[in-house]
Design a protein around this ligand. Structure first.
Ligand SMILES: [Zn+2]
Length: 251
């Protein structure tokens, strides 16, 4: 029996005209969830994992003058708890079939995140924790307006499943895997910005900031922000929360 959850985060890209000076593109992420809770009785107890040392150090280095703000309240807590990783480094497979331009922008986004979070690029998409795929996305009506967007830039979804800790152990853990579908054929800066944003979702920022200076802002301004202190503080708070992911299933 399939034992997994699915969820999606969709980015749609539209071009703005006229009075929106300085803002060329906006993307709108729509988060939707489908959960299968029939096996909730065997879920692990929700507990806190150790926070990655590199993330702790990154937050400690932040300039206090920038302010202590975060957008933790915007991050969704799912039925399995916060969508955080507990086995590091988290492995990332970048689609070999993507164009050179696409792969360069996606790799750059991963490298940017590696300054703050333990990510490792691997060439084994079948077993990677996060898969980033070059894919043209089918158009879907905007859930708010009902209109079809001109273009969809990216979509991130996750699966939750049960797997063995090792081949010589019967212990099974509740695990998850993230998949990012990211369209090619966009301007380099847009692909980089979208990849940066979607990787944020994939490592635990499952929500959107109300502040345009954060990479997890629901829209993108023409001058894309870099990973902000608020992004890092939010991620740090998320990793201090309990989750059922990464813990052993009770027989
Ligand atoms: Zn988003």
């Amino acid at each position: 029996m399939a034992r997994w959850f699915k969820a999606r985060s969709t980015i749609q890209v539209r071009r703005l005209m006229g009075r929106l000076l300085g803002m060329a593109i906006v993307f709108v992420c729509v988060l939707a969830v489908t959960l299968q809770m029939g096996w909730a009785q065997s879920l692990p107890t929700s507990q806190v994992h150790p926070i990655p040392a590199i993330l702790i150090q990154a937050v400690q280095r932040l300039d206090p003058a920038v302010g202590p703000g975060d957008y933790f309240d915007a991050i969704e807590r799912k039925g399995v708890g916060y969508l955080i990783w507990s086995k590091f480094p988290v492995t990332v497979a970048i689609d070999e079939l993507g164009s050179d331009r696409w792969k360069l922008q996606v790799t750059t986004a991963v490298v940017e995140w590696q300054r703050y979070f333990p990510l490792k690029i691997v060439s084994t998409p079948e077993t990677a924790d996060i898969r980033i795929q070059s894919k043209r996305l089918a158009l879907k009506p905007d859930p708010k307006t009902g209109k079809l967007p001109r273009f969809r830039s990216a979509e991130t979804h996750y699966d939750v499943f049960v797997n063995k800790v090792s081949d010589d152990s019967d212990t099974k853990h509740l695990s998850h895997r993230m998949t990012i579908d990211l369209a090619s054929g966009q301007a380099d800066g847009v692909m980089l910005s979208v990849a940066r944003h979607e990787i944020g979702h994939a490592i635990g920022l499952w929500g959107h900031s109300p502040n345009p200076d954060d990479i997890m802002y629901f829209s993108q301004v023409s001058k894309s922000p870099l990973i902000s202190s608020r992004d890092l503080r939010t991620l740090h708070r998320v990793y201090g929360q309990p989750t059922r992911l990464g813990w052993a299933i009770t027989p």
